[in-house]
Ligand binder design. Sequence first.
Ligand SMILES: [Zn+2]
Length: 441
Amino acid sequence: MPLLLPLLLLCVVLPARAESPSTFDGFGVHASRRQNDLERRFLALPSSSAYRAHLERITRDPHPSGSPANAAVAEYLAETMAAAGLRVETYEYDAWMPDYRPRITVALVRPIRLPLNTQEYILPEDPYSAHPDLTGGWNAYSASGDVTAGVVYVNYGRREDFQQLRELGVSLQGRIAVARYGGNYRGFKARYAEDAGAVGVIIYSDPANYGYRGGPVYPEGKQWSESTVQRGSIKTLPYDGDPLTPFVAALAGDTSGVQRLDPDQVGLPRIPVTPLAYGSATEILSRMTGAAVPADWQGGLPFAYRLEGGEALTVRLQVEQPHQLVRIVDVCGSVEGSQWPGQEVILGSHYDAWTFGAVDPNGGTAMLLTLAQSLGKLARKHPPRRSITICHWDAEEYGIIGSTEFVEQHAERLQASTVAYINADMAVAGPNPSGSASPTL
Ligand SMILES: [Zn+2]
């Protein structure tokens, strides 16, 4: 738990000097001693076995936002924090969201009929890969659609890539764009392709960027295998959160009186879009026959990349991804401050995950629960002087929805009372501690 220590120290707001535990800047001798004593008691509380138990429990099933499995995670978060002695509150919103089980097929139609794999392989080393609820790759906020068309390779699908295609005289009109991941946010690949007249978009992970070019692939190494799919949202609206309620909380329930925009008018994608692994993308890219790509557009697959598929190559892309209002739930637990209860340190992480969420985001969720238990114990005898609140946000993966709606609902209170926010998405991941700050706050 490399990040636990700094987070704990930040929670009590005052950084300790490692070598001279008896003094703190701005503290007298007596206050320093008391602070040292508190920190020693606090640091003795969290256990790695508790962390492990939380992480295993939370990541047992795939739990995308809107799924019953995610609701079960929310319940566990609330129960665990309540049992730890925190005052738990939940905040519910109805957000315009994709169904978490879209149906997607990608197939070659010509020159041969060939359905392409859209899901990670089942590996004997990894029992999670055989979970019955594990879906294939998908992009949140893709439109539904069924298109059969020729293909154009658009490199990373950046603005300059589409500009270059125009200069080369390659039209996207009526074609399916094939873009590789990297270089920009995936939502812009889809948006620029749609603007250029494409009828569908396939975003694949090229081994030059994600796979064997970086070393052995999973499960032998950590690089992506030929079946690894990157899931992700393609929302490109000029605001975060619920697409239908910009800057206003999407409060739950029919009687909330919230004005919602027309989903057809807000600028969500209008063409089907899907991610694909490079094992499947190979079947398309290797059959393309047009002019060779510019040198820096060549990816890591073992053949020359082409700009166009040619007349003889057609691909069918079907995406059935209904959108509807979905109930989402933020779960917060607080310990009240003894001296300045109206001042609040908030810690948070989202808890919904594309699949199991072992790292993203629940490496952070498990840390926050472990922290909640330690705080609860310590606070029985030694309440913090400021209030401390731990929040678990829902529906981050589709577009930072749960936390945005919470902020929109409580903007005034947050501006008046919050002294610090520490975000802990993926707080425990990889071998090295790291952190970053937001200067605009
Ligand atoms: Zn995440």
